[in-house]
Design a binder for this molecule. Structure first.
Ligand code: ADP
Ligand code: MG
Length: 568
């Protein structure tokens, strides 16, 4: 052993770790294996938090939501081919949802892959990732690791955020180079997501249109929540006096109980508004593409605030596009408002308020029913109060009926506290998002899960126990998908949408040392959730829901194609 030599050399492993640290990335969501096992070990030894999952898709969903919560790219680390493909779903999901994320995958040797000579886990990962993310890069030389990470970080967080793939062939990790040259090759990214100031003309145009409205509406999307411009947005909404409708993950940006919140009068405001200002929300399927029955007969003008210029006119004409980052745009709005503004006609705001009060009153008794087995409303009435008592808690939510009904019932009070299935309405985000939310924020997490949705990531209850995270999972167990009552009349197989009847998901948590509770009534549910919130112990509550309580596809049954030959 030659004294001194080791200090003078660095290698690919260490340069990757140093590049992450230099850029303030302190957490890696990973599943170990060839060729990245040692990278994970060394990263942990170097002081990074390396969180090991049981499946790459869950690690990826964790990284994506970490990006959403922190505005820094969440990093997911996987092995090659199958591990990479498992992570890719989450990378595509992050891109679709505008979450900054970097999927780092080990890969096999270029020479062998390109000649298709059959390497261990051979796959041209870069080519496969490219169409599914915002940018994709490969690093072949240790001296390019710094630049590779700099490009990945910039691509993930600048402009419209999204997913980035970074391909690191196994050979790269062992490559050595002079330590000092290595340090110099690293790049600390300056101003990774530069402010994008809107043009003054676009700001004026937008406010002129809004001012002339008789029935204006502001729609806040998760882009607005992501922007972390909470005070500016609150000031703008309140100063303008315009009613607002939060999209699912924008709930709590202003409290759902705010007097201007039109959440409980959604169909009325979509139909009857004459001017709609979208802030960080897209006119995609979740808003019926800005047209059709749910938007009513009367003509509508759209104002759209978005960082992505190509989002404008994507579905309908935008009469006042404002391209910029939401923080800069809304603060420009606020400056303009300071020199005079008239609140929208009281007739409009009163009409919304009375519709909202009417709908809330109609819902109230359903939420207080004490049926056993529970129906959705009886169980959700309990959870609504839990979040009211713990506004700092993060709500993770997926399922069909469990998602659609919880979204309406559970009021949110603070920004970025509701994390759900996002733009695709995908099932499987549950445990990954819950784990990242607990780790990144330190707050307790309440994960409200359909029994089917939970199944996609259920093995991660072991991860929750291993890291001793303050996560309470409530499974709305109705014995199946949509309902647990379907029957197959042709043979002995169970119907395609039903699961084992009376399953005890709570036992899964007990298997790993967490707390499991079987709750058959709202009272039992209440007691168990409150205990979990107080103890911060990993908890799974099997909430027994009437198998007949759900409806097909929750609120989006209309998206199912129908056969004219066969009636359901
Ligand atoms: P939701 O589903 O809540 O309606 P979407 O995901 O459809 O939200 O829309 C989010 C929008 O926010 C995207 O069009 C994205 O470009 C935009 N966006 C994300 N971050 C910012 C930001 N910092 N400033 C402006 N727009 C942003
Ligand atoms: Mg179910």
């Amino acid at each position: 052993e030659a004294p001194g030599t080791e200090q003078e050399l660095t290698d690919g492993f260490h340069l990757v770790i140093d590049a992450l640290k230099l850029n303030g990335i302190n957490t890696i969501y990973n599943v170990p294996g060839i060729p990245i096992t040692d990278l994970g070990r060394m990263a942990q030894a170097a002081g990074l938090r390396v969180i090991s999952f049981r499946h790459e898709q869950n690690a990826g969903y964790a990284a994506g939501i970490a990006g959403y919560l922190t505005k820094k790219p969440g990093v997911c680390l996987t092995v090659s081919a199958p591990g990479f493909l498992n992570g890719l779903t989450a990378l595509a999901h992050a891109t679709t949802n505008c979450y900054p994320m970097i999927l780092v995958s080990g890969s096999s040797e270029r020479e062998i892959v390109d000649l298709q000579q059959g390497d261990y886990e051979e796959m041209d990962q870069l080519a496969i990732a490219k169409p599914l993310c915002k940018a994709a890069y490969r690093v072949l030389h240790a001296q390019d690791i710094g630049v590779g990470f700099a490009r990945a970080i910039r691509a993930a967080v600048s402009g419209r955020p999204g997913g980035v793939y970074l391909d690191l062939p196994a050979k790269l990790f062992g490559q050595v180079m002079n330590a000092e040259a290595g340090q110099k090759s690293l790049v600390k990214v300056i101003d990774a997501a530069p402010a994008q100031i809107p043009s003054p003309a676009s700001v004026k145009r937008a406010l002129d249109v809004l001012k002339a409205a008789k029935r204006p509406l502001i729609i806040l999307g998760k882009g607005a929540a992501y922007a972390q411009a909470d005070e500016e947005i609150k000031n703008f909404v309140e100063k303008s006096g315009v009613p607002f409708l939060p999209m699912s993950m924008a709930k709590g940006l202003l409290p759902d109980t705010h007097p201007q919140c039109a959440g409980a009068a959604r169909s009325t405001v979509l139909k009857d508004s004459d001017v709609v200002m979208l802030i960080g929300a897209r006119l995609n399927w979740l808003l019926s593409h800005g047209k059709g029955k749910s938007w009513g007969e009367s003509p509508k003008k759209f104002i759209q605030v978005d960082i992505e210029p190509r989002e404008m006119d994507s579905n309908v004409e935008i009469v006042a596009p404002v391209v910029g980052d939401i923080g800069s745009v809304v603060s420009a709005f606020n400056q303009a408002l300071a020199s005079g503004w008239t609140a929208p006609p009281a007739e409009w705001t009163k009409a919304i308020a009375s519709k909202r009060d009417e709908n809330v009153a109609k819902m109230a008794p359903k939420l207080m029913n004490n049926k056993s087995p529970m129906d959705y409303h009886g169980a959700l009435g309990v959870l609504k109060n839990v979040i009211k008592d713990h506004p700092e808690a993060i709500l993770v939510n997926e399922g069909a009926n469990t998602l659609d009904l919880a979204r309406g019932v559970i009021d949110m009070y603070r920004p970025r506290k509701r994390l759900d299935v996002g733009t695709w309405g995908v099932m499987g985000i549950g445990m990954g998002q819950a784990i990242a939310a607990a780790l990144e924020t330190g707050h307790p997490v309440l994960a409200v899960e359909g029994d089917s949705a939970f199944g996609f990531s259920g093995m991660e209850v072991e991860t929750i126990c291993r890291y001793d995270l303050p996560i309470c999972v409530v499974i709305f167990n109705n014995d199946g998908i949509y309902r647990g009552t379907d029957v197959n009349s042709v043979n002995a197989d169970p119907a395609t949408t039903v699961f084992v009847k009376g399953a005890r998901y709570d036992k899964m948590m007990e298997a790993f040392g967490g707390v499991g509770v079987n709750a058959t009534s709202p009272d039992e549910l209440k007691r168990a959730v409150n205990e979990a919130m107080a103890s911060r112990k990993p908890t799974l509550i099997n909430a027994v829901i009437d198998p007949a309580a759900g409806s097909e596809s929750g609120r989006i049954g209309n998206l199912n194609p129908q056969s004219v030959l066969q009636k359901k």
